[in-house]
Design a protein around this ligand. Structure first.
Ligand code: CMP
Length: 147
């Protein structure tokens, strides 16, 4: 099923100059970027995005980190986009993330872990609605080769 998911390149990746590398991996995988902007999250936006973690001990550190520098937010579309993106980024704790995954290749940290991608279609819809009102429509030339 064609799905749309929410992806965010986090401040640690932005300040390390990894935006292009990460976007390149998403494009080369065959996923279609149908919305993208670079923004500096307000505390309110960050708290809304991560509202499910508001009672966790790391919540304040997470909000401080995610508002410390700009992020790149994206709407990413494709076959099983939610699970495909989650496999590409690897597990939350980058120390456990296998080489070849985005977290596995660029981080050793659980908190500063480079990238976020929605964990379910329900989360994707909620997270996308915070940042995007509409999505771009176009065809990729390789779409006809995806089964
Ligand atoms: P993300 O996939 O964006 O979802 C929630 C984020 O909270 C997670 O990535 C990490 O950046 C952060 N996080 C999750 N667990 C911890 C933890 N135990 N300590 C610090 N940060 C965490």
């Amino acid at each position: 099923m064609i799905e749309r998911t929410f992806v965010m390149i986090k401040p640690d990746a932005v300040v390390r100059g990894l935006i292009g590398e990460i976007i390149s991996r998403i494009e080369k995988k065959g996923l279609k970027i149908v919305g993208m902007k670079m923004i500096h999250l307000s505390r309110e936006e960050a708290e809304k995005l991560y509202s499910i973690h508001k009672d966790k001990p790391f919540f304040n550190d997470l909000i401080n980190f995610i508002t410390s520098a700009p992020v790149v937010v994206m709407a990413v579309e494709g076959e099983s986009a939610v699970s495909v993106m989650r496999k590409m980024i690897g597990p939350t704790d980058s120390k456990e993330a296998p080489p070849g995954t985005i977290r596995g290749d660029f981080s050793c940290s659980k908190s500063m872990n480079i990238i976020h991608a929605s964990d379910s279609l329900e989360s994707a819809n909620r997270e996308l609605s915070i940042f995007f009102k509409e999505f771009l429509k176009y065809s990729r030339t390789d779409e006809k080769f995806v089964f």
